[in-house]
Ligand binder design. Structure first.
Ligand code: LLP
Length: 446
């Protein structure tokens, strides 16, 4: 059965058993743009943006949704997010440059990161970014100095670490005591940071932020952390902390496999807004502006990776390796986090599975396996394999390892496709290389 739950909203199987997305067949897209190819469904992207806004705003009018650019951003996508009324969370000068290129309103941009450089912070202040989310004492002092020298006041949030485990992969857990992110509440550093921020002449402390990790399949960690951080904030009212803004970050899960059933956007909203309202009421606090930062849950379900099958190798009694023309260079997640994906044969999407195979990439590394032991209808060289839920943290974490060019990205909808990132060329791969002509002495002469 076709796992519709992990594919974009517009995905269908046509009468010839071919996968179509946004009205385009996988075959036609592969023919036009080549493989490997990333396909983003515009309708799914927009639907996810609208659901986030509706579900949060319906429960708390003063809510904002920022798209976490690290999940994947380029100028075309930034425009869509802008049109949908989202803000942006950026974590580098590079992501900020994309926002600028797209003409994104910079007062809706929040700058995150545990070690922003002095150059990045200067840029943030000069451009007038909405917020800088301060993550260390070093940054607190540096940013105050930079703002003073620029004759400006920078709006900030303090990122606290509530010490709550969201039960996800250790590489993507952030809000616990042993973390490089944020100021720990437990150690007293968060309290010290708030006092220091309130005293800083060129910083305006607007509120607090935390982020627990990603992806978080449970609702309770959000509930517990919202309650804990609000109680913590209430303790600073007399010292002058007005909690105008409050952010529980992102980390909302999506389904990667047919069996996974993460909470809906509405359930996350209900939990977060519910916890915020009840704790604020109990403490007699005014409701702050609520800021959420979904990345994966917006772009993940909209993206499908398309690969062409090449070599097939059967090791009798062991396993059958089906190699495709992409792999860990365009999607590092299986190798890095043991992430599990569905795979569908886009050429025979309506056939029942009749063999179990392992989908390997083309990179020179044994760990370059995209999916282990997947049941598929008999795979042949030349078939197209689709790997769904691939929009988040695959293109954005892509590398040019083995000097394989990174794949193109197309946006599909209404039977049309639009290239939003072209395939890298061999020239692109060498663009930064500078020729070196050794002088005679350097050649080992005397
Ligand atoms: N806000 C902050 C402060 C974050 O650190 C992150 C993600 C987000 C928002 C967005 O989280 P999302 O809604 O996308 O789950 N490379 C890993 C994920 C790393 C997430 C880093 N921070 C992966 O492929 O699973």
């Amino acid at each position: 059965m076709f796992p519709q739950n992990v594919f974009p909203d517009t995905s269908r199987i046509n009468s010839r058993g071919q996968l179509t997305i946004g009205g385009c067949t996988a075959q036609a897209l592969a023919q036009e743009y080549g493989t490997p190819l990333y396909i983003f469904d515009e309708a799914t992207l927009r639907n996810r943006c609208r659901s986030f806004r509706q579900e949060f705003e319906r429960r708390h009018r003063n809510s904002s949704v920022l798209y976490a650019s690290k999940a994947y951003i380029n100028p075309a996508l930034a425009r869509i997010f802008q049109e949908e009324g989202l803000g942006l969370d950026v974590v580098s000068g590079g992501e900020l440059a994309v926002a600028q290129r797209a003409g994104f309103p910079l007062e809706r941009v929040y700058f995150h990161g545990n070690n922003k450089t002095p150059e990045e912070l200067s840029l943030a202040v000069t451009l007038g970014l909405g917020r800088v989310v301060v993550d260390s004492f070093h940054e607190l002092e540096l940013l105050d100095r930079i703002a003073r020298e620029a004759g400006k006041t920078q709006n900030i949030l303090i990122r606290v670490s509530p010490g709550i485990d969201p039960h996800t992969h250790s590489h993507t857990t952030t809000g616990i005591l042993d973390s490089k992110f944020g100021f720990s509440i437990q150690t007293g550093h968060a309290a010290q940071a708030i006092r220091q921020a309130l005293a800083a002449r060129n910083l305006k402390l607007r509120g607090l932020h935390f982020h627990l990790g990603s992806p978080i399949f449970e609702l309770e960690p959000y509930q517990a952390a919202v309650d804990l951080v609000l109680r913590f904030a209430a303790g600073f009212r007399e010292e002058g902390l007005e909690l105008a803004e409050f952010s529980p970050g992102g980390g909302f899960a999506i389904a990667y496999t047919r069996m996974q059933q993460p909470p809906s956007i509405g359930q996350y909203a209900e939990t977060i807004v519910g916890a915020m309202k009840s704790t604020c009421q109990e403490l007699g606090m005014e409701l702050p502006q609520l800021v959420v930062e979904p990345g994966r849950s917006i772009v993940g379900p909209a993206g499908v990776a398309l690969y062409r099958v090449g070599a097939i190798k059967e090791i009798p009694g062991v396993r059958k390796y089906v190699s495709v023309d992409g792999g860990m260079g365009d999607n590092i997640r299986p190798a890095l986090y043991q992430a599990v994906y569905e795979v569908v044969n886009a050429s025979k999407a309506d056939h029942d599975p009749d063999e179990t195979v392992t989908i390997a990439g083309k990179y020179c590394e044994s760990g370059d396996v995209l999916a282990r032991d997947v049941a598929l209808p008999r795979v042949e060289s030349g078939d197209l394999l689709a790997l769904p839920a691939a929009g988040a943290y695959a293109p954005s974490m892509a590398s040019t390892y083995n000097l394989n060019p990174r794949p193109p990205i197309v946006l599909v909808g209404g039977g049309r496709s639009h290239l939003i990132r072209r395939r890298e060329s061999y020239q692109d791969l060498m663009r930064g290389d500078v020729p070196y002509v050794p002088q005679p002495a350097a050649r080992g002469g005397h």
